[in-house]
Design a protein around this ligand. Structure first.
Ligand SMILES: Cc1ncc(COP(=O)(O)O)c(C=O)c1O
Length: 402
């Protein structure tokens, strides 16, 4: 009923005229496809854009539904009969007020965001519900972490972010140097010494809600919140328990995996499958039935001292890249190649990689221990090197806090 009153409220002023509803000849069930007649003119069910005529029809339609709400809508019986006047619709005075500002009762992690030239607390960092980033996942993003007051491999994250925007034909009015400053400022203003820092470009929207993406004004948003990890402390020590879901990651022919994106419905379904199967996180498959990746991470298997990670249909993770760089430094062989389900279960060691947590051991797959079920020596060695690199100026950049 409230909706109906709103319809009446937002329509142009409607005179108190007699109106009639009835079935549309040839459309069958008139309960579903009514028409309205106002002062002898027949007005069909309105279609956008809403002009004054259809607004009148909307008012009539509302009136009809109000009557229907009282159980009087025997359509056949209504053909051609006056049922009520528009003036009978409840007056606008009964409507709730339209607030000019949104009051949000939720709480958010402490952090600082940047949008439209302003630095804001996380509680104020909002995008429009009309943004294509929200409506269609039409966005690219990147996440870099800060550890003990230093960005880790920021240049690689910026490269991937710019590559993604280019592939999606998006543009932002900031240079790479300006984005670096913005990210730095978000972290420094938040005060976080260890942070999860996201830069996002959404397709945005247009004032006319155009369906043409070329008419959208792309939006840039950045924020810094406390560092978060895929694995908690206990899982990092004893290794994660992972389940392989039957879900297939979206094909790289459909969504370019080189563009870091919010296409996550497959990954989230995988996560629920994993929880149902008693796992803590998930791995999903590629379209050939091999292991692909998980929600926010890549995967590696260790066999006979060599490393292997899936090559096909996965995001080229920066942590994955760091594992290749570290492996080269410590003379471990590492390749990007298909990893089958049996390669995974038969591995000597398994680990996953993500900016959200770094290199994280996996000690059980589908309820079965990997080797003896403890964190392996190669994984430990790589984890150790990885965290040491966080203070190396060749791999990290200092933040200047106020
Ligand atoms: C689908 C997917 N794969 C892999 C990764 C790991 O990438 P990175 O190491 O750059 O964090 C992520 C990170 O969010 C991801 O979303």
């Amino acid at each position: 009923m409230r909706l109906l009153r709103q319809i009446a409220h937002f329509s142009p002023p409607i005179p108190a005229i007699k109106c009639v509803v009835g079935g549309v000849p040839g459309w069958g069930g008139s309960a579903l496809n009514p028409y309205a007649a106002v002062d002898g003119r027949r007005l069909y069910r309105p279609k956008p854009p809403i002009d004054e005529t259809s607004a009148v029809a909307r008012g009539v339609f509302a009136a009809r539904l109000e009557v229907g709400g009282q159980g009087m809508l025997d359509q056949q019986g209504f053909e051609g009969r006056t049922i009520m006047t528009i003036a009978n619709i409840k007056p606008a005075a009964d409507l709730p007020a339209v607030d000019t500002e949104h009051t949000d009762p939720r709480s958010y992690p402490h952090g600082v965001a940047y949008m439209d030239g302003q630095y804001l607390p996380m509680s104020e960092a909002k995008i429009s519900v009309l943004d294509w980033g929200f409506l269609h996942s039409d966005a690219t993003y990147d996440t870099v972490h800060v550890w003990e007051g230093r960005f880790f491999r920021l240049d690689l994250h910026l490269d991937r972010f710019w590559g993604g925007m280019q592939r999606l034909r998006m543009k932002i009015p900031y240079s790479r140097e300006q984005v670096t400053d913005i990210l730095h400022n978000c972290v420094a203003l938040s005060g976080h010494k260890s942070a999860y820092v996201e830069m996002i470009c959404t397709r945005g929207g247009s004032p006319t809600f155009s369906r043409d993406p070329r008419q959208s004004e792309n939006r840039f948003i950045a924020f810094a919140v406390p560092f978060g990890s895929v694995a908690n402390k206990e899982q990092l020590e004893r290794g994660l328990h992972v389940s392989v879901s039957e879900i297939v990651r979206i094909s790289p022919k459909s969504v370019d995996p080189e563009v870091k994106n919010y296409h996550w419905l497959d990954l989230v379904k995988g996560l629920f499958d994993a929880y149902d199967a008693g796992g803590e996180t998930a791995l999903v498959l590629d379209e050939n039935g091999n292991i692909a990746e998980g929600p926010g991470f890549n995967v590696f298997v260790v066999k006979d001292g060599g490393l292997r990670t899936p090559a096909f249909g996965v995001l080229p993770g920066i942590t994955r890249r760091s594992v290749f760089d570290l492996a080269a430094e410590i003379n471990l062989k590492a390749v990007a190649e298909d990893v089958s389900r049996s390669d995974l279960s038969g591995a000597d060691e398994v680990f996953i990689t993500s900016t959200a947590g770094g290199i994280m051991p996996v000690t059980k797959v589908d309820g079965t221990p990997i080797s003896d079920g403890s964190v392996g020596p190669v994984t430990r060695r790589l984890m150790d090197h990885y965290w040491k690199k966080h203070s190396d100026p060749a791999w990290s950049t200092e933040i200047t806090y106020p």
